[in-house]
Write a protein that binds this ligand. Structure first.
Ligand code: PEP
Ligand code: MN
Length: 271
């Protein structure tokens, strides 16, 4: 726990021995779990590159009902296998309260996706459990609406909420969404919760992910959520935005060096 320049006491969220809000944590892995082989390989690759947690979707919120919806329970089993093989804690999305028990059996952190930020029934369910939650910003949510959504979880008694900026809808079409990095320092002024940034879904383009990772760190993010796939061109979803393992491995030293540099900066210059 430390105090930022606005005087808000920051609240660190503990996840399997790691602390969001106390140094930079990097979550990496594919958009979706596609097979045991794919998630095991991805887990080994991101661990080797220095990631702190593994991500992978078992239940995917897709725009079109005919698109790949995730492998569901089989994916949860594969995530457990990958966690056992690498020791990386697992982050996965929950969309339906009926999946709570199964998802909690394999995930260290539950993710609420952008489309469900205002699913108050689901948020209330997560308020009742003792498991950290990453609450992504709704694609059209204001900062205030996002924090009210977080209150549904917090007021239920679960204080372990991590906010994730993942881009918002604007008139711009050159990127998938518009990454609102100013929300990171803006949240610092009003909320004690850790804030992480997802440069993958916000830009939708792999080439833009590395610079936006660095920008997010410079803005003061407590963590990054980055999609990394062993073979992005073959991915079942979000092909254009997933980094290949070599690109991710090349990015990580710069991310760590910048975070270390900023930690050593004088307090008034610190994000
Ligand atoms: C995801 O992280 O897999 C995802 C679907 O992201 P978002 O909810 O931000 O679109
Ligand atoms: Mn994705």
């Amino acid at each position: 726990m430390h105090t930022d320049p606005a005087g808000i006491r920051r609240h660190a969220v503990e996840v399997a021995g790691r602390r969001f809000g106390d140094g930079l944590l990097v979550i990496a892995g594919p958009c979706a779990v596609e097979s045991e082989e794919q998630i095991l390989l991805a887990a080994r690759q991101v661990k080797e590159a220095g990631a702190d947690l593994l991500r992978g979707g078992a239940y995917k919120p897709r725009t079109r009902p005919g698109d790949f919806q995730g492998l569901g329970e089989a994916a949860l089993r594969h995530l457990r296998t990958a966690r056992e093989a690498t020791g990386l804690p697992v982050v996965t999305e929950i969309m339906d309260p009926r999946h709570l028990e199964a998802v909690c059996a394999c995930a260290d952190v539950l993710q609420i996706g952008s489309r469900n930020m205002q699913n108050y029934t689901l948020l209330r369910e997560l308020g009742r459990i003792d498991r950290p939650v990453i609450l992504k910003r709704g694609m059209s949510a204001t900062l205030a609406e996002w924090l009210h959504a977080a209150d549904y979880i917090l007021e239920g008694g679960n204080g372990r909420v991590i906010l994730c900026e993942r881009g918002i809808r604007t008139f711009e079409t050159a990127t998938r969404n518009t990454l609102d990095l100013s929300v990171v320092p803006a949240l610092r002024q009003v909320s004690p919760l850790p804030v992480i940034v997802d440069p993958s879904h916000s830009t939708g383009r792999a080439a833009l992910v590395p610079p936006m990772c660095l920008a997010a760190v410079a803005a003061g993010a407590d963590g990054l959520l980055v999609e990394v796939h062993p073979r992005p061109a073959e991915a079942a979803c979000d092909r254009d935005q997933q980094l290949d393992p070599a690109r991710f491995a090349a990015l990580m030293p710069a991310v760590r060096a910048l975070a270390a540099h900023l930690r050593g900066a004088p307090a008034e210059g610190r994000p």
